[in-house]
Design a protein around this ligand. Structure first.
Ligand SMILES: Nc1ncnc2c1ncn2[C@@H]1O[C@H](COP(=O)(O)OP(=O)(O)OP(=O)(O)O)[C@@H](O)[C@H]1O
Ligand SMILES: [Mg+2]
Length: 306
């Protein structure tokens, strides 16, 4: 379970967005704490990608504010990484070169690389070493020298995730990252996300800041409940839905370690409640009825303390 002491990485304050006359987001309020792995689900067209783009900073919201560690922003920054459904690798670079690419742009200039070639060569070697380390962490240690055309879709997606992780973003955004993959590949990538969750747990035990804060959009409810420790529902099906979608569900998820047995009863109960609160056009409730993540966390902490 995540800590309830609020070390907030990302905040959305009354974020609303519209395209022309079409109202898409309606006063989205949200705080994501460091080390949380948050799944965002919602009906198709409810505005999940629109919200992600606002958080990324490429498409700031029409109204409201997005803040990182308390500072409002309206532009992209390396603190926020993103991986899309369709991998965006350079076909002419090997896996390790693809992963090291962001470091190259971030840490050196073209002039430096041209005029300080010997130093650049050493830095380059170090970047590639780091890239191999990150590829190892996503289970691709054996494919470092391969080009994207020599890798499967699942492997390319692992490279894209390593590419994002190597920049050590404060927040990693994943928009349907496994949507194009077959079932078994998808499962192995879900396990990889759980490994990242384990890295958070290890850091927490050692009183260090958790390295991974992740917001993942997924269509798959099983996936949402399986990989996250918090589930958010964004939906237009609520009492003020004509103004657009808002957060209508926000609860802790039953987290599973990579080797854990799944508690199917708990899993199914939460799935049922997500289906009615977020996806059902018939079931219209006040938007805050199922929004209780922070209260639930505070309650769990009080129970543990007593
Ligand atoms: N650039 C745009 N111009 C006009 N309308 C847009 C634009 N981008 C998105 N929309 C509309 O905004 C709504 C929300 O779109 P968005 O892509 O954010 O939904 P989504 O929840 O990510 O959907 P999906 O689950 O299908 O990916 C949709 O009705 C879409 O048609
Ligand atoms: Mg989308």
């Amino acid at each position: 379970m995540p800590e309830t002491t609020k070390d907030v990485v990302l905040e959305c304050r009354d974020v609303s967005h519209q395209f022309g006359e079409k109202k898409v987001l309606n006063q989205v309020n949200l705080e994501i704490g460091r080390g949380q792995i948050v799944a965002l689900v919602g009906p198709s067209g409810s505005g999940k990608s629109t919200l992600l783009r606002a958080i990324l900073g490429t498409h700031p919201p029409r109204q409201g504010q997005v803040l990182m560690e308390g500072v409002p922003y309206r532009a992209p920054h390396r603190d926020r990484g993103i991986v899309y459904q369709r991998y965006s690798l350079f076909p002419f670079l090997t896996a390790e070169e693809n992963v090291a690419f962001g470091l190259k742009l971030d840490r050196t200039s073209a002039l430096f690389r041209l005029f300080q070639y010997p130093q650049w060569r050493n830095i380059r070697r170090e970047h590639l070493r780091q890239a191999r380390e990150f590829l190892e962490r996503v289970g691709l240690g054996a494919a470092t020298g391969h080009y994207p055309s020599e890798l499967s879709g699942g492997m390319c997606q692992r490279v894209a995730i390593a590419q994002a992780l190597i920049m050590r973003p404060k927040l990693l955004l994943l928009d349907e990252p496994f949507g194009a993959l077959d079932e078994s590949t998808r499962e192995s990538l879900q396990l990889m996300l759980l490994q990242l969750y384990q890295e958070n747990l290890t850091a927490r035990r050692q009183n260090e800041p958790e390295p991974h804060t992740i917001l993942i959009v997924t269509h798959e409810l099983n996936e949402a409940l399986y990989v996250s420790d918090r589930v958010l529902g964004l939906s237009q099906y609520h009492h003020d839905g004509h103004g657009g979608a808002t957060i209508v569900y926000d609860k802790p998820a039953p987290i599973f370690g990579p080797g854990d047995e799944k508690d199917l009863m708990q899993f199914n109960a939460q799935k049922e409640s997500l289906l009615s609160a977020v996806f059902s056009e018939e079931y219209i409730q006040h938007h805050s009825e199922f929004v209780s993540f922070w209260q639930d966390m505070a309650q769990a902490q009080r129970t543990t303390a007593s």
